[in-house]
Design a protein around this ligand. Structure first.
Ligand code: ATP
Length: 129
């Protein structure tokens, strides 16, 4: 297995599927700059959450926000890869729309995460003032 694996046939076992899914996550981390930035923000949110001792309810909202951004980044990367595969370097209005809408999805998810962050962390941090 690995990112240079040339397999094109269906996976034959759960572990083979899992390995390829893991390669996908590895590829996101290694090749997507924005994904890495969001990962850093997610880690900071978790560390801050531990410091201010979030409640279970607050953790649920923070986790939802983190995974919404991650999911949007995953879909954005999938769209980019498919558009590049089909269109290559050629300019296409439909390619621009697909990539811009996918990037817009990430922006909306990040906006949602900022709103959740404000609701959850600001009251907790004000307790220290
Ligand atoms: N084949 C294409 N035809 C038309 N417009 C394109 C094409 N490829 C890219 N673009 C435009 O260029 C922008 C940047 O392209 P790129 O492939 O770097 O997108 P990106 O990888 O989504 O950027 P980022 O990594 O910041 O998310 C796209 O959002 C789109 O507006």
């Amino acid at each position: 297995m690995g990112l240079n694996d040339k397999q094109v046939k269906k996976n034959k076992s759960f572990w083979q599927s899992f390995g390829h899914a893991f390669d996908g996550v590895k590829s996101l981390v290694l090749t997507e700059r924005n994904f890495r930035k969001h990962l850093v923000f997610a880690i900071l949110a978790v560390v801050l959450g531990i410091i201010v001792r979030l409640t279970i309810n607050e953790w649920l909202w923070v986790t939802l926000a983190i995974f919404m951004v991650v999911t949007a980044e995953v879909l954005n990367t999938v769209v980019e890869s498919i558009v590049d595969l089909v269109v290559g370097e050629r300019y296409e209005a439909a390619a621009k729309k697909a990539k811009d809408v996918a990037a817009g999805g990430v922006l909306l998810a990040a906006f949602f995460a900022v709103i959740i962050g404000c609701f959850v962390y600001i009251p907790e941090l004000l307790k220290f003032v």
